[in-house]
Design a binder for this molecule. Sequence first.
Ligand SMILES: Cc1cc2nc3c(=O)[nH]c(=O)nc-3n(C[C@H](O)[C@H](O)[C@H](O)COP(=O)(O)O)c2cc1C
Length: 354
Amino acid sequence: MYNDDKKSKIVRQNRKKEHIEFALKAAAESNGSNGFSDVHLLYEALPELNLDEIDTTLCFLGKRLNAPLLINAMTGGHPEVKYINRSLAKVAARAGIAMAVGSQIAGLEDPDVQDTYKVARDENPNGVLLANVSALTPSVMVKKAIEMIGADGVQLHLNVAQELAMTEGDRNFKGTLANIERIVSFSNVPVIVKEVGFGLSRETIKKIYDAGVHYIDVAGKGGIDFIKIECMRSGQDYLGNYQNIGISTAASLIGAHSLNLPLGIIASGGFRGGSDVASALALGAELVGIAGHFLQVLFQGAEYGLNERVDRIIDNLRRTMLMVGASNLKELAGKPVIITGSTAEWLNWRGIDI
Ligand SMILES: Cc1cc2nc3c(=O)[nH]c(=O)nc-3n(C[C@H](O)[C@H](O)[C@H](O)COP(=O)(O)O)c2cc1C
């Protein structure tokens, strides 16, 4: 919800800076598994393929991508984070992958910080760029966020767990679904509903789909933990109080795919390497989003380091595709996957066939 006074605006702008600082600290600690250690692709010892011919390209939101990767929503909204969006956008443009800017509320409230988002479009004029706002944002403002960066799509984030952990966060989430429905009917670009690291259940996804949305990002548990980050920001004890809250990325993705709905699914939450990316694509994801890990790599190795990392993930993806006998992403999506451990147990309890 909006509190339009000057103090709230400053709190929101500073929050974006603090999220970077604490996400870097949190990323250095383990947040448990995103479930992909339980996901195994079946090795093919006779693939009859040539690595040079493995094709990772796809069409997403009407544009060509070199690989099914998304630099997921992180930042913008404070002058000191502009260079981060600039670097991320340069990397996205060079590699031919998609990117989302962070929540644009600060830019909608204060035109002086709009350049911290617009820089992403300036650096990548032809690429896939996604706008990002809360799912509670009034539709007229969502339109402005889309226009601000000439976005190809808009992410609406759901972040109940984060808001509750935030001292200044929302406490009333009534009317979110009706607002999503309104945004879908107003928006001139595709709407993607995402979580921020606690996952989407099948029940939630069904409601989102019934509201007219055709893309989701499960943003599951096992990567950045926003309860921990908000506790760090406010100096509260975390103590693992909410350790069992959230759905792992793997369980959330498999649940989403099992619904058999005509939905574009983005998998995110705790991805770091190309073989897990391949597993997610085999499980029905169209794209894989990465946020915290890319931020960490950017801070450790600057733009050069991030370029290298992205290339390595794409190369690992291609090698994994060859090792499972998939020459392109369509073939990869049909490859057998074996689910073991706590993810299999979770899916069994939920009655999801694997
Ligand atoms: C520093 C930081 C800031 C973020 N800010 C946003 C945001 O403004 N909007 C949003 O939808 N998600 C935001 N996220 C969440 C990510 O987009 C992503 O859903 C989540 O971090 C899980 O992916 P990961 O494990 O790869 O980081 C942020 C993540 C990080 C690390």
